[in-house]
Write a protein that binds this ligand. Structure first.
Ligand code: MN
Length: 406
């Protein structure tokens, strides 16, 4: 019988952060995960979707994936079950499926017509079932075939939702039949938005879900399930009952997720009974920090992070009231002395608002002469005269080059 199962999801292998590649982080994460599988003596691994960040993973991303699968197949872990998420290409994940089955790696990329194809019966050395897994991949409209011409958005959503429920229920019926009369745990896997789930601002889930913004009630998961391993939301969390969970993504997908605890879940079983679930924290392999403030606050933070003597990727937002001038140049000039600091993103979100509205109420835009416009901007940005003196000749030069009338 299986005693330990590890649940993880949302790896997003190949994910970049503001155009920075993150392969090193992925390699470190998988090396760490192999260590956990070994030290915890994990016997089955469940991966609840979003294996890759996009539908055409790079050779490097695939190398990382297959190396990991190879290493796990040689470890204490006897079974691996992987479903696709909304980021994955179902066909791409499925392609090596028959070969991987030889290593007891089960892939369900594409939603199946026959519900029994999504019921994976994991067997021990003697051929006895030791775990039944309902491996339901991310379900798209076309998978549940609910859309009818003429449906409005509400009707389309309602029928997608009922199509999803229907699909799960058929898979559960099959699984409960397979497990009938045996003391064997039955688990579900899914990649969906369970009602009540927490989403972190800027983690890319909300925006990517547009079109199929359906939230599924957790009553979908029947009581006979020992555990439900979900993917899609990026912070580890329990949904309604302790045995319906999101493991969350192991890496912060963006600065919005930085500082948020990342985890994988390790379940302990006694026969068909779940005796414990623990979240094991994933170490931070690349520190991400946000800096926000006026010029002196930004530089104070840069100085602080420079003093940390570790690799830090920064997201900088200028919110001061003065025009920042050559913000990028000033920051570049500073960080070039600290190779461990990298500014991935720099934004000017100054607090000097209101000018756009004022300009709109000004006569008509083409009645305003260019130089007059510059002075409107000075006034509304409250640019000190000393700075105006720098801008005016530059502006003249631009106008001359553009052949504009002053
Ligand atoms: Mn995801």
């Amino acid at each position: 019988m299986i005693r330990k199962v590890l649940h993880t999801s949302d790896w997003h292998i190949g994910r970049r952060l503001k155009n920075h590649e993150r392969y090193d982080e992925f390699k470190k994460f998988f090396a760490w995960l192999e260590g956990v599988i070994k030290s915890e003596e994990v016997e089955a691994l469940l991966v609840a979707g979003d294996v890759f960040d996009n539908t055409t993973p790079s050779a490097k991303a695939q190398d990382i994936y297959y190396s990991f699968l190879g290493n796990v197949a040689r470890s204490s872990c006897r079974h691996i079950v992987i479903i696709s998420g909304n980021h994955d290409s179902p066909a791409f994940l499925d392609a090596p499926k028959d070969l991987l089955k030889l290593f007891k790696i089960h892939i369900v990329g594409q939603a199946c017509e026959d519900p029994s194809d999504e019921v994976i019966i994991l067997r021990d050395e003697t051929g006895e079932p030791e775990l039944v897994v309902c491996a339901v991949p991310y379900l798209r409209d076309r998978d549940v075939r609910t859309f009818r011409a003429g449906d409005d958005a509400n009707a389309a959503e309602a029928s997608l939702l009922s199509g999803i429920r229907d699909h799960y229920e058929r898979v559960f019926a099959c699984a409960s039949e397979a497990a009938a009369g045996r003391d064997v745990p039955v688990m579900a896997m899914g990649h969906l938005f369970a009602r009540g789930g927490r989403v972190v601002e800027g983690d890319g889930v909300r925006s990517l879900y547009v079109g199929t913004a359906v939230e599924v009630g957790s009553d979908l998961f029947p009581d006979f399930l020992t555990y439900t391993a979900l993917g899609h939301l990026h912070s580890p969390q329990v949904i309604s009952r302790k045995n319906v969970r999101y493991s969350g993504s192991p890496l912060a997908m963006g600065f919005g997720e930085a500082g948020q605890g990342k985890a994988v879940c390790v379940l302990e079983l006694d026969g068909a009974k779940l005796t414990d679930v623990k979240e094991i924290s994933v170490p931070t392999f690349q520190r991400l920090e946000r800096i926000e403030g006026n010029m002196s606050e930004i530089f104070r933070s840069l100085e602080f992070f420079a003093g940390q003597h570790e690799s830090i990727w920064l997201d900088v937002t200028y919110t001061g009231e003065e025009a920042p001038g050559a913000l990028q140049d000033k920051i570049d000039e500073y960080v070039k002395n600290f190779p461990l600091l990298e500014v991935l993103s720099l934004r000017d979100e100054t607090k000097r608002t209101g000018y756009a509205a004022d300009v709109a109420s000004y006569k008509s835009l083409d009645e305003v002469k260019p130089l007059e416009m510059l002075h409107i901007l000075f006034e509304h940005y409250q640019i000190p005269e000393s700075q105006q003196a720098i801008f005016i000749p530059m502006y003249h030069e631009i106008l001359r080059e553009a052949g504009a009338e002053f």
